[in-house]
Design a protein around this ligand. Structure first.
Ligand code: ZN
Ligand code: ZN
Length: 189
C-alpha cells in the first residue's frame, strides 16, 4: 500500500522542489499518484512543470505538465477532473444540495450497501433518497440515505421483504420521523 501523504505536505514539497518527479522522490509515493493528486488539487500547470526533464509518457515530446506531454496531460485532466468528480459534484449539488464528497462519505458510512435491504450495489450507484415532505414544507433538500433502485422505487411495497429487512426499514423510517420532527420544531421555534 502507498504511503499516506496529506495534501498540505504534498503542496509544500512541490512548491519547494518544483517538479512532480522530485516531489514523488521526496514524499515516497509514485509519480502517477503525485500527478493525479496535483491535478486534482488544481495546481496551475505552469507551476508544476520542470521543462528540462523529458516527460515519462513520451520522452521525445516537451514536458507540458507534471511529467506528461500536452496530449497525455489533457487526457488525464479530462479523465480525472471533468468526467468524474467535477460533473458528479455538479450533479449532487444541483439535485440534492450535497457535494460529491458528501455522497461518498455517506456511501462509506453505509458500507456501500442499500440503507434498507442491505444489498451491495457493485455495478449501479446507490440512489440518494431525499425527503420530499421536508422539501415541500420547508424548502430544504435533505438526503436521508442511499438506496438501491428497488427500495428507492418501492419502499412501501414491502411484501417481499424478510423480517430482518423490515426491521431495517422500520429503523430507517424512524430516522425519517426524527428528521421531520427536527425540522418541524425548527419551523415552530
Ligand atoms: Zn504523452
Ligand atoms: Zn435496497
Amino acid at each position: 500500500m502507498e504511503k499516506r501523504v496529506s495534501d498540505k505536505r504534498l503542496i509544500e514539497v512541490f512548491a519547494r522542489v518544483g517538479s512532480a518527479y522530485a516531489t514523488a522522490e521526496e514524499v515516497g509515493i509514485s509519480r502517477n499518484a503525485v500527478r493525479e493528486r496535483l491535478i486534482r488539487l488544481g495546481i496551475p500547470r505552469k507551476k508544476m512543470t520542470d521543462r528540462s526533464v523529458p516527460p515519462d509518457c513520451h520522452p521525445d515530446r516537451e514536458n507540458f505538465s507534471v511529467g506528461m506531454c500536452k496530449r497525455c496531460y489533457m487526457r488525464e485532466y479530462q479523465r480525472i477532473y471533468y468526467t468524474t468528480d467535477k460533473s458528479r459534484d455538479n450533479y449532487y449539488r444541483t439535485k440534492y444540495g450535497i457535494s460529491y464528497q458528501d455522497y461518498l462519505n455517506m456511501q462509506m458510512r453505509q458500507n456501500n450497501r442499500c440503507a434498507i435491504c442491505g444489498k451491495l450495489s457493485p455495478t449501479k450507484r446507490l440512489a440518494a433518497d431525499h425527503d420530499r415532505e421536508i422539501q415541500r414544507e420547508y424548502g430544504v433538500t435533505v438526503v436521508r440515505g442511499l438506496l438501491c433502485t428497488q427500495c428507492n422505487q418501492s419502499v412501501i411495497g414491502g411484501v417481499e421483504y424478510s423480517d430482518e429487512v423490515m426491521r431495517n426499514a422500520i429503523k430507517y423510517m424512524q430516522k425519517i420521523i426524527r428528521l421531520r420532527k427536527k425540522y418541524k420544531e425548527k419551523a415552530i421555534g
